[in-house]
Design a binder for this molecule. Structure first.
Ligand code: ITT
Length: 199
């Protein structure tokens, strides 16, 4: 697998994690910004639909195979919200800080034991834009929503996501450790294994 693969994301935090997750694997992966791929409209109602939409958009614009990640956080006390809308929870063009504030506010009256949540990541790999059998994979990371942000690493909801197995927030984990535990790491591991099988 020596051909170039386009990484269909405009999220700088994801690009950093992908680079370190893929380091040394001999894959030639370049972000879609290298090819000026316009952002796809995420019109799907599920992570998998949006992952395929993004990968197909990048494959179509570049003529190259493409890999995409659609991810988000599901909060049980909010019936799974913000879910696929995690990037735009506080509105279009709002920051992660705004999203985190809104989530903390939504859970202001929710007791500690009711604050269970999980990160979901679904990935799609398309060999070309018309690929009828995309390779897909999913990863899940269980945790709790904190009462206030803590930690400086990572991106997005990491500062308010408590990782029970390590007794700290996701933003307090060193990057290399997050990359052994996260929904993204698990999904990518599964995706790469399937890509090897399918050649
Ligand atoms: P692309 O579509 O261009 O990849 P995006 O940020 O819009 O970028 P998504 O639609 O998949 O990506 O939204 C995912 C959001 O979920 C992301 O913006 C974060 O707010 C959150 N998220 C996903 N993975 C995360 C992680 O590892 N840590 C913290 N927040 C995460």
């Amino acid at each position: 697998m020596s051909h170039t693969i386009v990484l269909a994301t405009g999220n700088a935090g994801k690009v950093i994690e992908f680079n370190s997750l893929l380091a040394g694997l001999g894959l030639h992966i370049r972000p879609q910004s290298d090819f000026a791929v316009p952002e796809a409209e995420e019109t799907g109602l599920s992570f998998i639909e949006n992952a395929i939409i993004k990968a197909r958009n990048a494959a179509r614009h570049t003529g190259l195979p493409a890999m995409a990640d659609d991810s988000g956080i599901e909060v049980d006390a909010l019936n799974g919200a913000p879910g696929i809308y995690s990037a735009r929870y506080a509105g279009l063009n709002k920051s992660s800080l705004d999203n985190n504030r809104k989530l903390l506010e939504s859970l202001r009256d929710t007791a500690q034991e009711q604050r269970s949540a999980r990160f979901q990541c679904v990935m799609a790999y398309l060999r070309h834009a018309e690929d009828p059998t995309p390779i897909t994979a999913q990863g899940t990371w269980e945790g709790m929503i904190l009462n206030a942000p803590q930690g400086e690493h990572g991106f997005g909801y990491d500062p308010i996501f408590w990782v029970p197995t390590h007794q700290c927030s996701a933003a307090e984990l060193p990057e290399a450790l997050k990359n052994t535990l996260s929904h993204r790491a698990l999904a990518l591991q599964s995706l790469l294994a399937q890509m090897k099988l399918h050649g």
